[in-house]
Design a protein around this ligand. Structure first.
Ligand code: NDP
Ligand code: DGY
Length: 327
């Protein structure tokens, strides 16, 4: 571990983070920080990492072999303030023996809660309603105005019944969902408590009135939702994605939403982020876009900042991390 003259390991933090996580880190380490709410430019990142022992990063950073090369052999641990780690090149970490910390579990409830909000905002057309109240579009009470599909007696398909997928299903169940389906690589024992049926991906997209994407982004799920898949879905289906934007081909989604292949889409994640304000998806009434706020409850973000620090400190000390990615 590369120490400063005071015997503390050197770490780099790529963004302004909650005080709780930063204070804890600063006690044990010599901290350099990109003290801004904007992402650190890649060239600035590369200039700041040489000789560091630990890197505290965010999901919007690209942590590739070039960053690890720039840091050099002193880099022992990378800790990300997220449960998703698709922004870190795992092969490059493996090659160099760099350990990775992440934040599973503590953000599950906040993210599932937001997903329910996003689903209802999309299906029950909440954003359209608020807009119409403000712009004078609210005329007299009309029986079929701003109606959408209800959850009662519906089929909900979860693409990825992991920690967050399971928590979403548990929250949706009391709405009177009739069937839960899920797809993935393996059957989950905890699915029996819903119950949820493990089905092939194709069955899920064909039979679900609500398709909720809660998987991780990986080689299998990249671009999974394309034209062919949207064509298989019901014209009444509501599509919700809280995973990563890259799971969806957005041009194909736009086509599905404008040609009536599906009814509506709610996205908490997009490509790129932020989505440009002139993006075609933002022109559609049947597309709701949130700015990646799944885990954004105050307590959760503070807990994430602390867990990210604890992971990094353990990695620097050569101890077991509280939450470590198995490489
Ligand atoms: P988990 O690892 O618990 O769950 C991920 C699930 O993805 C697993 O159950 C896995 O199933 C599944 N999966 C992997 N490949 C496929 C596939 N090809 N088809 C279907 N399912 C698949 O992670 P979490 O639930 O904690 O988090 C999930 C993801 O949610 C994160 O990776 C992140 O990208 C995103 N996220 C987004 C947030 C937001 O703010 N919008 C907040 C937090 C997380 P199997 O075991 O069968 O492979
Ligand atoms: C994650 O943790 O992966 C989310 O996208 C943000 O909390």
């Amino acid at each position: 571990v590369n120490m400063n003259s005071g015997g503390k390991p050197r770490v780099y933090v790529t963004r302004r983070i909650p005080k709780e996580g930063l204070d804890l880190l600063s006690k044990e380490c010599e901290v350099s920080i990109w003290d801004s709410d904007d992402a650190v430019p890649q060239d600035v990142l590369l200039k700041n990492v040489p000789g560091i022992s630990g890197l505290y990063c965010l999901l919007s950073d690209r942590i590739d072999g070039a960053v690890m090369d720039a840091a050099g052999p002193s880099l022992k641990a990378i800790s990300t303030l997220s449960v998703g780690y698709d922004h870190i090149n795992l092969d490059e970490c493996r090659k160099r023996g760099i350990r990775i910390g992440y934040t599973p579990g503590i953000l599950t409830d906040a993210t599932a809660e937001l997903t329910v909000g996003l689903l209802l905002t999309t299906s029950r057309r909440l954003a359209e309603g608020v807009t119409n109240v403000k712009n004078g579009g609210w005329g007299t009470w009309k029986p079929m105005w701003l109606t959408g599909p209800g959850l009662l007696n519906s089929t909900v398909g979860l693409v990825g019944l992991g920690r967050i997928g399971m928590a979403i299903a548990q929250r949706l169940k009391p709405f009177g969902v009739k069937r839960f389906l899920y797809s993935g690589n393996s059957k989950k024992a905890e699915a029996d408590s819903l119950p949820a049926e493990f089905v092939p991906f194709e069955t899920l997209v064909k039979e679900s009135g609500f398709v909720v994407v809660s998987c991780s982004l990986n080689a299998q799920t990249k671009g999974l939702f394309n034209k062919k898949v949207f064509e298989m879905m019901s014209s009444n289906a509501i599509f919700v994605n809280i995973s990563r934007g890259a799971v969806v081909n957005q041009d194909d989604l736009h086509e599905a939403l404008t040609t009536g292949q599906i009814r509506g889409a709610g996205l908490d994640v997009t490509t790129p982020e932020p989505l440009p304000t002139d993006h075609p998806l933002l022109k559609l009434d049947n597309c709701v876009v949130f700015p990646h706020i799944g885990s954004a409850s105050e307590e959760t973000r503070i807990a994430m900042s602390i867990l990210t620090t604890r992971n990094l400190l353990a990695g620097l000390m050569g101890e077991e991390m509280p939450e470590e990615v198995q490489l």
